[in-house]
Design a protein around this ligand. Structure first.
Ligand code: NDP
Length: 266
């Protein structure tokens, strides 16, 4: 975030909800967001692992005074998980909040060790889509309803997307399907709600647990080799580099609502 175009800009007195904040990209976004919010702001961090969330909270509170950090230990594949995030959002909502930001980052890769023709169990597919698609829609709609919109308040919703939303990867049927569905879902919301700012951001290949899983478990030999080669050639990005571009785009606020923007196009 060195660019002079965004130097000095911030997200205002904001409430920002980040899913999958316990590690990887979500953890980095949490850190960068906390530095770009005005004192009096609140961050709501969501994941299943309470210990990891607590560690992020302590780290952020040490680095940034005046920003409250709330954690929600929740499994977003379940409606109860979504509900507990909403309960915390209601409690934490600020009076005269300038900006409401929701980052739908949490996701899973699904079983990439098999090809599409092996997925015969509907409950397995439904469980994947429940977390990766349904919960993102229900969380977004519930947050927008639960948090009262005061006059002049900006509202931004980010969907962490992927190249897989646009391109089919053999042996990644669940992941590609989920990412494509999420992009369309958020593009529809952008059409319906012209006052919202919606961004589908594809962060590029990131050095995270998900990348390691993709590299070791992918069944398709071509895709598996591409991941190994990216790793050995040093082409995998740090979460910090990708997050810096996301922050720049959000702070400049010039994207078309509902657009799919990729790290490599920016
Ligand atoms: P990680 O697997 O490293 O982190 C995933 C996060 O989601 C963790 O915080 C995890 O926390 C949380 N999470 C997983 N399952 C659940 C659940 N059921 N309920 C609540 N939270 C959950 O992933 P990345 O950081 O790599 O990925 C972040 C985003 O970037 C994802 O949307 C991913 O699809 C996307 N992306 C990643 C790429 C990559 O190369 N890594 C490339 C392109 C896109 P916990 O386990 O504690 O619940």
């Amino acid at each position: 975030m060195q660019s002079s175009e965004v130097n000095g800009k911030d997200f205002g007195r904001a409430m920002c909800i980040i899913t999958g904040a316990s590690r990887g990209l979500g953890r980095t976004i949490s850190k960068d967001m906390s530095l770009r919010m005005k004192p009096g702001s609140v961050l709501v961090l969501v994941a299943r692992s309470g210990d990891e969330l607590q560690a992020v909270k302590l780290e952020l509170e040490a680095a940034r005074e005046g920003v409250q950090v709330r954690t929600v230990q929740a499994d977003l594949s379940l409606m109860d998980g979504v509900k507990s995030v909403i309960t915390t959002c209601r409690e934490a909502a600020l009076k005269d909040m300038e900006h409401l930001i929701l980052i739908n980052n949490a996701a899973s890769l699904g079983d990439v060790s098999r090809f599409a023709k092996s997925f015969t169990d509907m409950s397995e597919v439904n469980a994947y889509l429940s977390f990766n698609v349904s919960s993102a829609l229900c969380l977004t709609s519930s947050v927008l309803q639960a948090v009262p919109q005061c006059h002049g308040q900006r509202r931004t919703v980010v969907n962490i997307s992927s190249l897989c939303a646009l391109e089919p990867f053999p042996s990644w049927v669940l992941y590609c399907t989920g990412k494509a569905a999420r992009d369309m879902m958020f593009s529809v919301i952008a059409k319906e709600e012209p006052n919202l700012r919606i961004l589908n951001y594809a962060p590029g290949p990131l050095d995270t647990a998900m990348f390691a899983e993709a590299k070791s478990k992918t069944s398709d030999p071509g895709v598996k080799k591409a991941f190994s080669d990216m790793f050995t050639k040093g082409q995998v990005l740090t979460c910090e580099a990708s997050c810096a571009k996301l922050m720049k785009v959000l702070l400049q606020d010039e994207y078309t609502s509902g657009a799919h923007l990729d790290f490599f196009d920016l």
